[in-house]
Design a protein around this ligand. Structure first.
Ligand code: GLC
Length: 478
């Protein structure tokens, strides 16, 4: 019997098939499983899908940790902690503290196994993966929660890696805001999509990664203070400035513009026309969500699913925002959910926007892949967030409907179309985070009381600090 068949959402055959793909995805180093390849499909056109991606492994880790299989996660954490960007062979290596998008095990000239990491120097998007180190921190914390092993985070190489990452992510930049300024395509969306600047998905991961860091370090560690202060400022900024609902849109539509000084009604200098018509229709009735991106004169109102869902499970979203987000998801269910997963972004970039912002990317054509494609892997963050707001039924219904369809289609990476009905034109099959998401989501939804190793409880001290935090760039007139 499969350890994941505890969930009644999956029939035995489905969970066995999913488990078989997950196990087959195992990547070995010196006889130990240290990760999972992104896809098991045997086609020659798999490119880098035979590598272990750090972000993809988070979903495998969730599936393994939920059924008590902790060793593979520990091996992964140690393997990634041992990698350094100066091994990448780039003329200008990225700073230590960046973790790779992916790695693979190869044999050197002497026949010895060695790990080769990709920091973006080989990837098609050629961009540094800002999200990897944040995912790594979250995986380490989840491992600690699930196994009770607090020793790993204290061991030499792992402790050093935590410190490197936190120091790097807290380093002052060319920046006036508490959010991270990042290049386009530096997270799950790893090709040009116009998501440079301060994209929500990365800001929420930054928040979550810093929260994990705080739990992993001793209380009196010298980084604990700076991490806590950044969390307070970031929490305030994301909750107040990114949030969109009908009330907020009405305020933005009446903003004065071109104000000078420090006491402003419209510190972002947003022009009312920054709100596209579809948003007015979307937000007129119910609900709200965190905008996709924000900086002066730049409000991207696209809906980014991963950031919004993780905001709920990592405690960034206030209880009111979390409720409103699920109201929105339920209200726009046909736009966002289908029996194959959830839209990664909404709506699609079309016409001239697609042409300019994606660089006319043929893989990111409208309603495909990152450009409003439907991703089964999002069932995992959906399940995790739904539990927090007591809407497990919604997620359970979607997972129960999706699982047999995904199994029938051989576990595709993504689906195409405004309603996610067609297998993605260039989708891989036997995609590991597709099977892992179904397994992990099903276990989470089976027992809403069972611990979710990736979720965060409310932290009163942090809540107080957020409430007391001042806006950084400017003072607002409220
Ligand atoms: C694609 C996705 C990326 C994922 C990788 C492996 O590049 O955009 O998010 O990590 O495939 O599945």
């Amino acid at each position: 019997m499969s350890p994941w068949s505890v969930s009644r959402l999956l029939d035995e055959e489905c969970s066995q098939q999913a488990e078989a793909v997950l196990r087959r995805a195992s990547m070995y180093l010196e006889g130990r499983v240290v990760g999972t390849v992104a896809a098991c499909e045997a086609s020659p056109d798999v490119q880098n899908y035979r590598e272990c991606f750090v972000r993809d492994f988070a979903v495998s880790a969730a599936a393994y940790l939920e059924v008590g299989e902790t060793e593979v996660v520990r091996n992964f954490i140690e393997t990634v902690a041992s990698l350094h960007p100066d091994q990448a062979g780039s003329t200008i290596p990225p700073a230590d503290g960046l973790m790779p998008a992916s790695f693979t095990v190869e044999r050197d000239d002497n026949g010895r196994e060695c790990v080769i990491a990709d920091y973006g120097q080989r990837a098609i998007g050629r961009v540094a993966p800002v999200d990897s180190a944040l995912w790594w921190l979250l995986i380490l914390r989840a491992y600690q929660n699930a196994s009770g092993d607090t020793g790993l985070a204290r061991s030499g190489e792992v402790r050093a890696a935590i410190e490197r990452v936190l120091e790097y992510y807290l380093r002052p930049q060319f920046e006036m805001l508490p959010s991270l300024l990042v290049p386009d395509g530096s997270s799950m969306i790893d090709r040009r999509m116009g998501v440079h600047g301060h994209p929500l998905d990365i800001q929420v991961l930054f928040w979550a990664g810093m929260r994990a860091g705080l739990e992993l370090l001793p209380e009196d560690h010298e980084l604990a203070g700076p991490v806590f202060r950044r969390l307070a400022a970031l929490g305030r900024h994301l909750r107040e400035d990114y949030w969109l609902d009908r009330k907020r849109v009405e305020v933005i539509r009446r903003f004065p513009v071109e104000e000078f000084g420090t006491l402003l009604a419209n510190p972002w200098n947003l022009h009312p026309d920054a709100i596209p018509v579809w948003t007015m229709a979307w937000l007129a009735e119910r609900g709200g969500y965190y905008a996709g991106n924000l900086a002066p004169a730049r409000l991207d109102v696209h809906f980014f699913t991963l950031g919004n869902l993780l905001a709920v499970s990592t405690g960034l979203a206030t209880p009111e925002h979390a409720e409103a987000l699920f109201d929105l998801i339920e209200h726009h269910r046909r736009d966002l959910l289908s029996d194959t997963g959830m839209k990664l972004t909404y709506p699609a970039l079309e016409g001239r926007d697609w042409y300019l912002l994606t660089g006319s990317d043929q893989k990111n054509v409208p309603w495909s892949y990152h450009n409003a494609g439907t991703w089964p892997m999002l069932l995992w963050p959906l399940a995790s967030a739904a539990r927090v707001v007591g809407r497990s039924e919604l997620a359970a219904e979607v997972v129960a409907q999706a699982a047999p369809r995904l199994a029938f289609d051989d576990w595709p990476e993504y689906y195409d179309g405004p309603y996610g009905g067609l297998i993605g034109r260039r989708s891989r099959l036997e995609q590991t985070w597709t099977v892992a998401a179904v397994l992990a989501a099903a276990v989470l939804l089976e027992d809403p009381e069972a611990p979710d190793p990736f979720a965060f409880a409310r932290d009163e001290a942090l809540e107080e600090a957020i409430a007391a935090a001042k806006p950084d760039a400017v003072d607002r007139v409220d």
